[in-house]
Design a protein around this ligand. Sequence first.
Ligand SMILES: CC1=C(CCC(=O)O)c2cc3nc(cc4[nH]c(cc5[nH]c(cc1n2)c(C)c5CCC(=O)O)c(CCC(=O)O)c4C)C(CCC(=O)O)=C3C
Ligand SMILES: [Fe+2]
Length: 334
Amino acid sequence: MLFLSFGGPEGPDEVRPFLENVTRGRGVPPERLDEVAEHYHHFGGVSPINRLNKDIMAALEAELAAQDRELPVYFGNRNWHPMVEKTVAKMADDGVRRALVFATSAWGGYSGCKQYHEDIARARAAVGERAPELVKLRQFFDHPLFVESNADAVRRAFAEMDPAQREQARLVFTAHSIPVRADGQEGPDGAPQWYSRQIAEASRLVAEAVGEADYDVVWQSRSGPPQVPWLEPDICDHIEGLHAKGVQAVVVSPIGFVSDHLEVLWDLDNEAKDKAAELDMGFARAATAGPDPRFAKLIVELIAEHTDGVEPRKLSTMPAAGSTTNGEPCAPGC
Ligand SMILES: CC1=C(CCC(=O)O)c2cc3nc(cc4[nH]c(cc5[nH]c(cc1n2)c(C)c5CCC(=O)O)c(CCC(=O)O)c4C)C(CCC(=O)O)=C3C
Ligand SMILES: [Fe+2]
């Protein structure tokens, strides 16, 4: 099994080279990179993502052992060490001929799915003929274990809230913004907005599970040049808008993220929280699904769909997608 993720710097000297890897050829303006570098420096130049991924892998290994499944887990990243090319070379050295790939995103779209397929293809090309066959596991945004752990996290966040504010607190889901044009691309069902529709659907399922009829879905962490439209509203603007309408408290669910990496710590626990405080609003941020023990069970279930013919469990009617061999596109044009 190859555990494939984004990667992140482990010290101040690694921040710039990491950011250059992330944005290579993407037209992200240098001012934006300076701003994001500051976010990393605020945490000593260390992204929490590597530690979080190691925790998930440890839980995954324990779950595999508990289920008597013998499956070695390798770790590789798109943007920082251990780089996926090196990891796949090591797998070939170890005699691995075929592996499943878990990518740490629940979603379709370029950053969450297609780019991981490109990583798989690039790593295989770098290794050459000896490269193992690599089969990526599917998108899991509507898997009951993902939905239930996010729902429990939302319940805990409501419970944390001052009882006086709890009743009127507004539930707000947030995910990583992407360019409006990128979101316009068709999904495997032939309809556009595959990524934002999945976010909407996962949010609906979580809201339904916790019994909140009214909620919002908003975006965060936009990048790119300011003149290019990205999905809106931004979480901080939205908190202002809610305040103007008389809402006194928000519960924020970072549904778009698998763990508390830098965008969650900075854009939510700093910026959004400060915005709420400035407006004298109550604020509670729900946990992400990654550290929940159900997350390792979810990964093993996705594995079992391939090894044991386990029927994919899905709470939405949107088609399963994102699983192909050697980085092939899921559907023509995907
Ligand atoms: C949809 C999406 C996810 C969610 C998918 C999923 O994971 O479920 C995601 C995850 C992540 N994004 C991350 C970090 C960054 N993303 C950037 C830039 C960008 N992200 C984009 C989209 C997404 N990104 C896009 C369209 C860009 C513009 C440039 C480009 O087209 O690539 C930049 C460059 C600076 C900036 O512009 O912000 C950084 C540093 C980290 C690691 C955080 C850590 O270190 O803890 C993670 C997990
Ligand atoms: Fe990103």
